[in-house]
Design a protein around this ligand. Structure first.
Ligand SMILES: Nc1ncnc2c1ncn2[C@@H]1O[C@H](COP(=O)(O)OP(=O)(O)OP(=O)(O)O)[C@@H](O)[C@H]1O
Ligand SMILES: [Mg+2]
Length: 296
């Protein structure tokens, strides 16, 4: 296989808290969607902060290596990281409305996101990006304020901002957790579209194994700061190796994958939109199950 665009080996923690990521290794290849699944507090967001070199702002510290397209990010100057953040590595977070500026029109926020990294008129790219995320491409929409958007539309705006510069890597930290089940399914479909259309590699962080399986080429299972297993969704469901993965898979109440003869458990099965919609409809139920497993 070709060189990964991101290759990390990390140990990280917070003073008074101790080690939160314990010698974690992860590779992401160009155009690949990698899911990072783990319970609350397992260190998922800490990993995204490390990649963006933002952990220090949260009082944490890390050691190791993060090589992004051949460039070592650990120890990199802040000025250089500002060039990379938002341009080469995009970020989408859980709470879209909290991430948008409430007092600025949507169009203005998109223009600012554009001019943070490019000179000249970004209109054509902004409109092309709105189209890619299935948002209206007209002045009336651009003149709206965030409060005039549903949470699902707001998340699409944030995703549009995150991919405006066609980053090679998009970090999505629980981007669907604040959404209702149907909107979750739509947003999952959107990540799939962006991956296909722009070739964006995605690190998709979630506690929801089913959503991740429906979207990702690779799934890494994080338990208490260690990646205990990494494989394809089919392998994770058919032959989970680690006891924690087995408990997660065994607790999924709805689908017996092996009994669906038409599935073949190939990638296309997991990327079928109708299937992922079905999966998403069960996420609320799954959340409760995961909580129970984690509490056990
Ligand atoms: N600024 C901080 N100072 C001290 N400890 C922190 C800080 N931020 C996070 N932690 C701790 O580090 C651990 C990992 O947190 P992290 O936010 O990475 O987990 P997570 O997997 O993203 O959880 P969630 O699913 O709830 O978002 C947790 O125990 C958390 O309490
Ligand atoms: Mg988190």
């Amino acid at each position: 296989m070709d060189q990964p665009i991101l290759s990390l080996r990390l140990t990280a923690g917070y003073p008074g808290k101790g080690v939160v990521l314990n010698d974690v290794c992860l590779d992401i290849h160009a155009g690949e969607i990698v899911g990072l699944v783990g319970q609350s507090g397992s260190g998922k967001s800490t990993m995204t902060l490390c990649i963006l070199r933002l952990l220090g702002f949260k009082g944490g510290n890390d050691s190791g290596t993060i090589v992004f397209r051949g460039e070592q990010l650990v120890g990199q100057r802040e000025a250089r990281m500002r060039q990379i953040r938002g341009k080469d590595i995009g970020l989408v977070l859980q709470s879209p409305l909290a991430s948008l500026n409430p007092s600025m029109r949507i169009g203005k926020q998109l223009e600012e996101a554009w001019s943070a990294h490019e000179n000249g008129d970004g209109r054509a790219t902004i409109f092309r990006t709105l189209q890619a995320v299935s948002l209206p491409q007209d002045e009336a929409f651009l003149n709206r304020y965030p409060r005039q958007l549903s949470v699902g539309l707001a998340q699409r705006v944030l995703i549009a901002m995150a991919v405006l510069h066609r980053p090679a890597l998009l970090l999505a930290d629980e981007p669907t957790s604040a959404l209702d089940a149907l909107t979750q399914a739509e947003i999952l479909g959107l990540f799939r579209t962006l991956n296909r259309e722009f070739g964006t590699a995605i690190l998709f962080v979630s506690h929801d194994l089913l959503s991740v399986a429906s979207l990702c080429h690779q799934v890494a299972i994080l338990e208490k700061g260690r990646i205990v297993e990494q494989s394809t969704p089919a392998e994770i469901f058919e032959r989970p190796q680690h006891p924690y993965t087995r408990r997660l898979v065994g607790a999924i109440p709805i689908l017996d994958f092996q009994k669906r003869p038409e599935s073949g458990l190939q990638g296309e099965f997991y990327s079928d939109p109708e299937f992922s919609k079905q999966l998403a409809l069960f996420t609320a139920q799954l959340d409760q199950t995961v909580e129970k497993v984690n509490a056990a």
